[in-house]
Design a protein around this ligand. Structure first.
Ligand code: COI
Length: 367
């Protein structure tokens, strides 16, 4: 059993400054007073657990993560609920994905209970940093890096550092009652992930490879890139930081249907994606997982069969998509405004996260 040594920060952010940050946190800009760290070595396994002041690491310039990017991370949130309780949202699901990412990147497994204990420790210590407005939260970023110094590259590192940092957050792309619709860019030049690659792992390198295309998207008035499959450049996969859902008008049984691309190994298995697939049927919304091509997307929007599209992820929660652009053309979705199915799912999910709605799957993990 690993114990955590507690070293409180003797110079925490002054209360007035913290309150000003919490009033308008943005996303990923400011960090709390503490962090949790754990070390791993082949001889000792996980050891040296610490809750310590947030601050820089001292690392040898030859440390392998700087050269070969052996790294993985998670993104998750703690919410302040109506009764003042703080709850993590599905930390077990993030722990399981972290294990899968680490396995793919040839890194050691961090037991789920240790992962969750590290989060609980940081959130309890920095509980004053959890904002309370709906749509705001304390964003938690657990990550693991390879720390062996040296440029040898035939074997993975023999030592690792696990760390959790926390940052008060507004939902990325806006937390208001009516979220801003996104413009998305179909990348015809670049590919995010190929079969057999690391696309399903939450590894930093997957994100590094996307910035060039994202810059192109922003240059064309878009917020995010939609990635297509590597082989045919035809099938919609994900948006890099978010999964996509397509909303179809009610058919014979009167229920709208949400469809998302299947987990083929090249896209990230989002926890929000999984939560919506479980939650939608409770709200009378049918679900499906099937491939959708760019051509179908355009045609089904034009015919009115496809009424809404939204993106989902921990950081963004649920963000409507209003417009699709690419080098070869553009089209809009519905009237470009967030549709009723998108808003209904968003309201329900945020309601569970903030404890305003029943939690039928016991997703809230009280700290
Ligand atoms: C998240 O939604 O938590 C993510 O990790 C996506 C992005 C912020 C990189």
């Amino acid at each position: 059993m690993v114990d955590f040594e507690v070293r409180p920060n003797r110079q925490p952010v002054p209360e007035a400054k913290r309150k000003a940050i919490l009033a308008s946190p943005g996303f990923g800009k400011t960090f709390t007073d503490h962090m949790v760290t754990l070390r791993w070595s082949a001889e000792r396994g996980w050891h040296d657990g610490r809750l310590e002041p947030y601050g820089p690491f001292m690392l040898d310039p030859a440390t392998s993560v700087f050269h070969y990017a052996q790294e993985c991370f998670e993104g998750m949130k703690a919410y302040r609920q109506a009764n003042g309780v703080i709850a993590l949202f599905r930390p077990d699901a993030n722990a399981a994905r972290f294990t899968r990412s680490a396995e793919r990147m040839a890194m050691p497994e961090l037991p789920e209970e240790l992962f969750v204990r590290a989060l609980e420790l940081l959130v309890s210590q920095d509980s004053d940093w959890v904002p309370d407005a709906v749509g705001t939260s304390l964003y938690l970023r657990p990550f693991m890096i390879a720390t062996q110094p040296g440029l040898g590259f035939t074997l993975p590192s023999d030592s690792y550092l696990f760390c959790v940092i926390a940052s008060p957050a507004t939902a990325a792309f806006g937390a208001g009652d009516v979220p801003r619709p996104l413009n998305v860019w179909l990348s015809e030049d670049y590919t995010r992930a190929a079969p057999g690659g690391t696309g399903a792992a939450k590894a930093g390198g997957n994100y590094a490879g996307t910035f060039k295309a994202t810059r192109q998207a922003v240059g064309n008035g878009c917020d995010q890139v939609v990635w297509l499959d590597a082989a045919e450049h035809t099938w919609v996969e994900e948006m890099g930081g978010m999964n996509l859902f397509f909303v179809y008008a009610p058919d014979g049984d009167g229920r709208p249907r949400i469809v998302t691309p299947p987990l083929t190994g090249t896209l990230l298995p989002g926890v929000t994606r999984d939560s919506l697939l479980a939650l939608a049927p409770e709200l009378g919304i049918a679900t499906g997982q099937s491939r959708i091509s760019v051509d179908q997307w355009r045609r089904q929007c034009a015919s009115g069969e496809l009424t809404e599209v939204f993106a989902c992820g921990t950081a963004a929660v649920i963000a409507p998509v209003g417009m699709v652009k690419s080098v070869s053309g553009e089209w809009q979705i519905g009237d470009r405004r967030p549709g009723p199915v998108t808003l209904r799912l968003r309201e329900e999910l945020l309601g569970i996260q903030h404890g305003h709605r029943p939690d039928p799957f016991s997703w809230a993990h009280k700290v």
